[in-house]
Ligand binder design. Structure first.
Ligand SMILES: Nc1ncnc2c1ncn2[C@@H]1O[C@H](COP(=O)(O)OP(=O)(O)OP(=O)(O)O)[C@@H](O)[C@H]1O
Length: 273
């Protein structure tokens, strides 16, 4: 994708097509196939969740869409242009709290991304950054440095930065996994609200079924070793309201698919809470 080739109106709403993608690493012990022949599409404004046990290749797929990992076979296209490397049309939010530039303030982090990715003037970047920092509830911390923030606040900054840049697609790699349960639930709600408000096309990785049901419009379940598409589910609207009753069956179905394709699991594999 050539940066800037899409009009501003199209941003945050691209279509992604992953076709027959196989990803492999050259490990010391030999080649490791992370995912094998995986295909899916994400329509404009959809939130697709990649769900599966540890090691099934969720993060690898996300990195490939980000342009950081080249498929050994298959192809990834964003708005019908081949993904051949990283670009500002894809913004990633990671699980780790250290994804901000430690020597820049909250505002400085968002402004820096805006100037680099959207080529805004300093004044324009300041205005857009202020708006997004406000939308994630951090106006009072605009001049704070990352090391003075809680984990949840740092994730909010990373999310504000990602949305502010208006990428074609947001790539989220378990952004709330390191948060306590209370913060995680609140952040899921806030992210959902921002996605619904902006119509952002989103690819979200998690190993928690409840999170997948809450934030996604569609769920792709991957089996492990190597990762292959095991099942796909549409998520009913009610999931966003945490309407547990009608989701129980869907949750049980997904759980059955994951357990069927997996041997003994460790605690980290599938989180329910
Ligand atoms: N840099 C690497 N070198 C070699 N093998 C790797 C590398 N990164 C990942 N792998 C392997 O690729 C497979 C998929 O890993 P990946 O991190 O994509 O899975 P995941 O589903 O995101 O796991 P988790 O939920 O634990 O983060 C695993 O077998 C892993 O060991």
């Amino acid at each position: 994708m050539t940066p800037g080739s899409r009009s501003a109106g199209d941003r945050l709403t691209a279509q992604l097509a992953v076709s027959g993608v196989t990803l492999r690493y050259a490990a010391e012990s030999g080649p490791v196939t992370a995912v094998d022949n995986v295909s899916f599409t994400i329509g404009k404004g959809e939130r697709l969740v990649l769900l599966g046990p540890s090691g099934c290749g969720k993060s690898s797929l996300l990195r490939a869409v980000g342009g950081f990992l080249r498929p050994v076979s298959g192809e990834i296209r964003l708005d019908d242009a081949a993904v051949t490397g990283p670009g500002p049309d894809r913004m990633m939010v990671f699980q780790e709290f250290d994804q901000l530039l430690p020597w820049r303030t909250v505002a400085g982090n968002v402004e820096f991304a805006l100037r680099r990715a959207r080529h805004l003037s300093a004044a324009e970047a300041r205005t857009v950054a202020r708006d997004w920092i406000g939308r994630v509830g951090l106006s009072k911390f605009a001049t704070a440095f990352p090391h003075t923030l809680s984990g949840g606040m740092k994730q909010r900054v990373a999310i504000a930065r990602a949305f502010a840049v208006q990428p074609a697609i947001l790539l989220m790699d378990e952004p709330f996994a390191a948060l306590d349960a209370l913060s995680r639930g609140r952040m899921q709600d806030e992210l959902l609200a921002l996605c619904q408000e902006t119509g952002a096309t989103t690819l979200f990785v998690t190993h928690a079924i409840d999170e997948a049901l809450h934030v996604g419009t569609r769920i792709l379940v991957l089996s492990a070793n190597p990762g292959r598409v095991a099942a796909e589910y549409g998520v009913p609207e009610a999931a966003a309201d945490r309407g547990a009753a009608q989701l129980a069956k869907l949750q049980a179905d997904i759980q059955a698919v994951i357990f069927a394709g997996h041997g003994p699991m460790d605690d980290r594999d599938i989180a329910h809470a």
